[in-house]
Design a protein around this ligand. Structure first.
Ligand SMILES: [Zn+2]
Length: 416
């Protein structure tokens, strides 16, 4: 957490957590609008999956933001080339510089396999709505921080950097929507929803275009700009759509693909190309091969009603939990943070498994229950709670089969 930002904290509460309900409200409004206009902007599985990815990223941010912050302060204090003072011109310069850095960070994320392995997750959604904006991973944040490191290196003070990175964090949310059409003169200067729709499309003519974050000028300058065309409606997602909602597969499939390509490539140069070359160099068939080997059956399309309701309920619960976890994070000790973090992560993996009707979901549910009790026990350490956890753990083991068949029949899980 950014403990130095006194103006954002009363006591130890982290008010940045309120960005979650705010963005969720905007998603609900967009969903309502799409229903009213009878547009299919939202599909259930894709929306849940997008939010799942975002939940984990927000949670990881809790732990990583201060690390990144100290990394930037360390660079500023030890290697800053200039001492830049805050005034209107340096703020303007910082804005242009960070937007320029973003352009190259984003472009390289599409052109270099290792970076694409992190960024691909953001592009997996076949829907295009505000939930896609939440579909960001912590790995992306790590790569992006390497680009952001140029800001303190140049000599911009950390407080200026923090403010401008907040702007870069919030602006892209609003470009992930189909509800906003052409914005007239603004289309010439800013990255608008129209420009970014193009970026998320897998249509041949739209590929590798419009990398900008706030200003579209960099794309125009470096030859990657294209306007959204009426005669070419956007088709969202990857050129070869991912066939799974399994959380870990969504995050790591491309690393596996790189691994297989690396293994098959002959000679040092070709092997290096699988890591630092372009995504076009990785054979698209490898993913299908891996999916066939690792998963049984095909992507589930239809859920029993009770299962959909349960998935929605669990997702809302996890988001609520994340909100309180972030808001009160500074009051929690390391034990609570660890158990709470693992609980949120396992909830998200569980929801992904439920979307796939996977049979490994049940043991994970048991683990979640156990983690919940463990959270109570580390919060109020006492022999009584420890004893209760042990008792529940034993009970779970003894009644495992009965509980499992009850769970699967209640949720109408087809695969078990
Ligand atoms: Zn992208």
């Amino acid at each position: 957490m950014i403990s130095n930002l006194d103006f954002m904290q009363t006591e130890k509460l982290n008010f940045l957590a309120f960005i979650i309900p705010l963005f969720l409200l905007l998603m609900v409004m967009e969903y309502g609008y799409s229903l009213k206009k009878q547009k299919r902007y939202y599909t259930f599985d894709e929306s849940i999956s997008n939010l799942n990815v975002g939940i984990v990223e927000r949670m990881c941010d809790m732990f990583s933001v201060s690390l990144f912050y100290f990394f930037f302060v360390w660079i500023y204090q030890n290697f800053a080339l200039f001492q830049i003072e805050a005034n209107i011109w340096t703020w303007l310069l910082l804005f242009l510089f960070t937007d320029f850095l973003w352009y190259w960070y984003h472009r390289y994320s599409h052109e270099i396999n290792l970076l694409w392995a992190a960024h691909v997750v953001h592009h997996q959604s076949e829907d295009y709505n505000f939930t896609v904006a939440a579909r960001i991973t912590i790995f992306q944040a790590v790569f992006r921080s390497l680009f952001w490191a140029f800001i303190p290196l140049l000599g911009f003070p950390p407080f200026m950097m923090t403010v401008i990175l907040l702007v870069h964090g919030v602006y892209p949310f609003f470009s992930h929507t189909q509800t906003i059409g052409h914005l007239g003169i603004l289309e010439k200067i800013l990255v608008t929803p129209s420009h970014h729709r193009v970026h998320h499309s897998s249509n041949e003519i739209y590929l590798d275009k419009n990398y900008g974050d706030i200003l579209i000028i960099w794309d125009k300058l470096f030859g990657t700009f294209i306007e959204e065309k009426k005669e070419e409606p956007c088709v969202y997602g990857l050129t070869k759509p991912i066939q799974r909602y399994t959380f870990l597969w969504q995050h790591f499939h491309y690393l596996f693909e790189i691994g297989v390509s690396f293994q098959r490539a002959r000679g040092f140069k070709n092997k290096m190309r699988t890591i630092f070359g372009r995504p076009d160099d990785i054979q698209p068939e490898i993913r299908a091969e891996l999916e066939e080997r690792l998963f049984s059956g095909t992507k589930q399309q239809v859920h029993p009603k009770v299962l959909s309701r349960y998935i929605l309920f669990q997702s809302i619960l996890t988001m609520l939990l994340l909100f309180f976890f972030l808001l009160f994070g500074n009051y929690l000790h390391i034990g609570q943070l660890t158990v709470g973090g693992v609980f949120i992560l396992s909830s998200v993996i569980c929801i992904g498994g439920l979307l796939e009707h996977e049979r490994w979901v049940f043991p994970l549910e048991m683990t979640r229950l156990f983690l919940l009790l463990l959270f109570v026990a580390v919060s109020f350490p006492s022999a009584m709670f420890m004893g209760a956890i042990l008792a529940v753990g034993l009970l779970q083991l003894c009644a495992y089969r009965i509980l499992q068949s009850r769970y699967t029949s209640l949720l109408h899980l087809q695969r078990s």
